[in-house]
Ligand binder design. Structure first.
Ligand code: ADP
Ligand code: ADP
Length: 228
């Protein structure tokens, strides 16, 4: 089942010094349950691609469809995790995770159940009442992930989510996201410039090159290799 389909996508940025072709004629498909990795050097358009799918920026030409409908803005069906975790500093871990379901009017007892489950999923039991400033970078990123998961998004968009973590924490986070992906049957769109990370996590890897940003190679990886 196709979740997201991108056809002949072109995105230009207008700057003072001229037009930047961030993406040119990009075609891709994200299927349900897929762990799609976008791999490429800095400046090849990875973040631009994510921003279009997230609904943050308009496209210049082409199509970006979800369930065959044009994506017209952000919504909670597409959860986003950035490189630097963006948490509400005035809310606790629990408060951050419950923010989405609360604002969507999910009943109180159901919210309790959801936050308990995802706090467990990201190994943050005992930290429910802590505030973001009391947490390490890896822990903050786990809260950001749980906050997105609490909305049960159809796809999770991740922009170099582990890029600013130390090697040890990064490796823990890679195992965590792989387990969450397998257990919750998620669809993931994952940006990285780390070849090892892409090959380890992805069921499919698209390689991009810059100026203009486009996809130059596609690998499908055997999913059975991913099982520990
Ligand atoms: P990335 O981590 O994706 O490589 P960059 O460090 O290239 O991101 O860019 C950081 C921010 O600066 C982004 O929000 C991007 O939109 C913006 N940016 C990048 N290049 C330009 C540019 N030429 N003009 C204006 N903004 C830019
Ligand atoms: P990546 O995520 O692969 O580093 P980006 O999507 O951030 O690539 O950037 C692709 C190209 O678009 C780069 O040349 C970058 O400088 C440019 N760019 C990104 N954001 C902006 C922006 N807001 N304004 C102008 N140029 C931008």
């Amino acid at each position: 089942e196709t979740l997201i389909k991108i056809e002949n996508l072109t995105v230009n940025y207008q700057t003072k010094t001229g037009l930047i072709e961030a993406l040119k004629d990009v075609n891709l498909e994200l299927k349900k349950g897929e762990f799609l990795c976008i791999l490429g050097p800095s400046g090849c358009g990875k973040s631009t691609l994510l921003r279009v799918i997230a609904g943050f920026i308009p496209l210049t030409s082409g199509k970006c469809l979800m369930h065959e409908n044009p994506i017209e803005g952000p919504d909670w069906h597409r959860g986003v995790v950035f490189q630097s975790p963006t948490l509400y500093p005035w809310l606790t871990v629990k408060g951050n995770i419950e923010f989405g379901p609360k604002s969507r009017g999910v009943p109180k007892d159901k919210i309790e159940e959801i936050s308990k489950f995802f706090i467990q999923e990201v190994d943050l039991e005992g930290f429910e009442e802590k505030y973001p400033f009391e947490l390490s970078g890896g822990m903050k990123q786990r809260v950001a992930l749980a906050r997105v998961l609490a909305n049960y998004p159809e796809v999770i968009l991740m922009d170099e989510p582990f890029g600013s973590l130390d090697a040890f924490t990064r490796s823990n986070m890679q195992n965590l996201i792989r387990n969450i992906w397998q257990e919750n049957n998620c669809s993931i769109f994952f940006i990285t410039h780390d070849v090892d990370e892409a090959l380890m996590l992805g069921t499919k890897v698209l390689v991009m090159s810059p100026r203009p940003g486009k996809i130059i190679k596609e690998f499908t990886l055997d999913f059975t290799n991913k099982l520990l």
